[in-house]
Ligand binder design. Structure first.
Ligand SMILES: Nc1ncnc2c1ncn2[C@@H]1O[C@H](COP(=O)(O)OP(=O)(O)OP(=O)(O)O)[C@@H](O)[C@H]1O
Ligand SMILES: [Mg+2]
Length: 275
């Protein structure tokens, strides 16, 4: 049964909508329940459409994508398409930086041979957003307050993934959305994500050890921060060197494994806020 969405504000996702589903695929087809509107983004595998839920006119983003990898999440007996598994882990506890997955469907027409499985993900829609790449192109000289606001949230997104046992693995300027007017950051595209598991073991397509997950995340954060620093000369070199120093976490290290990312968030320069 549909829950009422009448108290839900606009599509920017500033306030969370209640979940109406479980973990497995929703029955039927996405077209029965949603009107797919214009294409709002396109990547290597996926196409993202703005969509309207027929029952109540609520706006969502629907990603149509192929999936070759499966993964597991706690409390669900079967395998899930990897992107679904990662976004399911991202759901709890809710995070401002990680988009919410509401439900997903098999795309029956495209899933005939079982090899190239096509799925439709129904997610939170971000209006008035641009990718970080577009944002930086439009802002050659970024105000230092804005640069700090953006960097702080990107680091937080990386940390929130790790806290949910996700290594996003694909944190780059097209997978980060900047939502106006407050420059809120959203990390999208969990298709290459890996499940973080403790202990020493080889990296696979879908699993990664904790120490490696932290190293990959920090190195991707560093690349993003350097890219932003290219548009803001007021970011101190000391802060950049500080982030760069966290590249290599010892494989044996398991206790307090997430500390490097937390330490970046606690760096005095990143903690400066408007009075
Ligand atoms: N929830 C959303 N709301 C609004 N726009 C979105 C949303 N999710 C993604 N987009 C837009 O669509 C673009 C592509 O999305 P995404 O990165 O998930 O697809 P992809 O790169 O094709 O994924 P994959 O790498 O799995 O093939 C993003 O760069 C962004 O511009
Ligand atoms: Mg992408």
């Amino acid at each position: 049964m549909e829950q009422s969405m009448s108290n839900v504000p606009g599509p920017s996702g500033q306030r969370r909508q209640p979940s109406t589903l479980g973990i497995g695929p929703s029955p039927g087809s996405v077209q029965e329940k949603y009107d797919l509107k214009e294409l709002v983004g396109k990547g290597h595998h996926g196409e993202i459409y703005r969509a309207i839920r027929k029952a109540d006119g609520q706006q969502f983003a629907i990603k149509s994508t192929t999936t070759e990898l499966d993964n597991k999440v706690p409390r669900y007996p079967g395998l899930l398409p990897n992107e679904v598994a990662m976004m399911t882990l991202a759901r709890r506890p809710p995070s401002m930086q990680l988009p919410r997955l509401y439900e997903w469907f098999w795309d029956e027409e495209e899933t005939s041979d079982g090899e190239n499985k096509k799925i439709m993900l129904v997610m939170e829609y971000f209006d008035s957003c641009q990718t970080l790449e577009e944002f930086l192109k439009r802002n050659e000289d970024l105000d230092v307050w804005d640069a700090r606001t953006v960097i702080r949230q990107i680091v937080k997104a990386g940390q929130e993934c790790l806290q949910r046992n996700i290594c996003h693995y694909d944190m780059h300027d097209s997978n980060i959305l900047v939502v106006e007017p407050f420059l809120s950051i959203r990390l999208v595209d969990f298709g290459r994500g890996k499940l973080m598991i403790p202990g020493k073991h080889p990296r696979t397509d879908t699993k990664i050890s904790s120490s490696e997950a932290v190293n990959v995340t920090v190195s991707q954060l560093f690349i993003l921060i350097k890219e932003i620093a290219g548009h803001c000369s007021s970011i101190p070199a000391e802060f950049l060197a500080f982030v760069d120093n966290f590249y290599t976490l010892d494989e044996k290290e398991e206790d307090g494994i997430l500390l490097p990312v937390e330490e970046i968030l606690n760096h005095p320069w990143l903690k400066i806020k408007y009075q």
